[in-house]
Design a protein around this ligand. Structure first.
Ligand SMILES: C[S@@+](CC[C@H](N)C(=O)[O-])C[C@H]1O[C@@H](n2cnc3c(N)ncnc32)[C@H](O)[C@@H]1O
Length: 365
């Protein structure tokens, strides 16, 4: 029978670490050991719990995310881009940040067409919910210039680290504004639990911002719009920023700059793919009007990950990211099909902004 009580040496053996490390942790109160007279004793069950707590801290993805990643990787040779924003991926993304990629700027368009937007926000208070918040700087700009009467700023993102970054931004720019953060995946389904909570908590309509062509990075923009629509009432508003198709501006060089490639290595490296196993390259897919980043394997590769054997052969490719460009027709069709009524459509040569609300069902076609 296994002994329920262990010495430090036995605990160290169980954990396969040096006993001196355990003594040090025990003295510093970082290990669940008790001193009985001059001797340290540890419960075997506490050693197991200690190991599990470490596992959770080191775990990058939740179990559900790991299953989604392996399904995409093995079944479709894809890594969903949303995972690249987790952990240090958030810092890498923020350090390169969007304006360099894609040119133009949503905030510039908003500033230029300020009077269009002010009509909606000048007299009415809204709860601002920033979906896929990034570093929160665009929201900070929007609050300063357009929705000065925002009742609260809430951020929803898949990445806890990204939410922390957005929180710091808003704390500095709008220290007196209520801030709430929600970890969620908008591709999974509607986010009505959050929008409903905000309605009840602040007693205003919601304004959802969904900027930075986040919609153009998803595999199914229609499904994402439906998720957002199902989280809204007819009086709520949605502001979406999309990359506008400009055949004269295909900034492939920017998509291939080192910092972008570095960022996209975040997840492959977590899986155990090394730089010497392949290379990442951005290409432009003219037919689909989208940029795509692909990882090309330079040699055969296999490894156990999350309990599955993952295998790629030399010259196989894994798609890491897409960035769609939308024409005016694409945009009007996309929003109409998802049941939205467009209130404002503005664009410059590289970016488009749509302010819309769900069509009342009596008026839907
Ligand atoms: C392209 S960045 C845009 C950031 C910001 N809105 C901007 O315009 O600068 C995409 C953001 O959406 C988040 N994101 C991506 N996919 C997501 C998903 N499925 N669910 C929740 N957040 C997601 C990322 O973590 C990141 O903060």
């Amino acid at each position: 029978m296994e002994r329920p009580i262990l010495t430090i040496k036995q605990a160290a053996k169980l954990l396969q670490v040096d006993p001196n490390t355990i003594y040090r942790w025990a003295r510093a109160g970082k290990f669940p050991a008790s001193k009985i007279g001059k001797e340290w004793r540890v419960l075997r069950s506490d050693v197991i719990k200690f190991l599990e707590s470490k596992k959770k801290k080191n775990q990058f993805l939740t179990e559900a995310q790991e299953a989604e990643l392996i399904t995409a990787l093995v079944g479709r040779r894809e890594i969903p881009i949303k995972f690249e924003y987790l952990g240090e991926g958030a810092d890498r993304y923020v350090s390169i940040y969007a304006p360099a990629v894609g040119g133009g700027s949503e905030t510039e368009i908003i500033f230029d067409k300020k009077e269009h937007f002010l009509r909606y926000f000048e007299r009415k208070k809204f709860n601002l919910l920033d979906v896929g918040c990034g570093d929160g700087k665009k929201a900070a700009f929007f609050i300063s210039h357009i929705t000065r009467r925002a009742s609260a700023y809430s951020a929803l993102d898949i990445s806890a680290r990204m939410l922390d970054i957005a929180e710091q931004t808003i704390e500095i720019s709008h220290p007196n504004l209520a801030f709430e953060k929600f970890i969620d995946d908008f591709e999974f389904g509607n986010i009505a639990h959050t929008t409903y909570y905000l309605h009840r908590r602040y007693q205003h309509n919601n304004l959802i911002t969904f900027l930075g062509n986040t919609i153009g990075n998803t595999l199914d923009p229609h499904r994402v719009l439906i998720n957002l629509r199902d989280s809204m009432g007819d009086e709520d508003l949605l502001l979406v920023g999309l990359a506008f198709h400009n055949p004269k501006n295909i900034p492939l060089v920017e998509y291939n700059q080192r910092s972008v490639i570095e960022w996209l290595w975040t997840i492959p490296e977590k899986i155990g793919i090394k730089r010497s196993d392949g290379n990442i390259e951005g290409i432009y897919n003219k037919t689909k009007r989208q940029f795509e980043h692909q990882l090309h394997f330079g040699k055969n590769w296999e490894r156990m990950y999350g309990g599955s054997l993952i295998r790629f052969t030399k010259d196989q490719k894994v798609r890491l990211a897409i960035s769609r460009r939308f024409t005016k027709d694409d945009i009007f069709q996309l929003f109409a099909r998802a049941g939205f009524k467009i209130e404002i459509f503005v664009h410059d040569k590289d970016n488009a902004l749509v302010l819309c609300r769900p069509h009342a069902w009596e008026k839907r076609i």
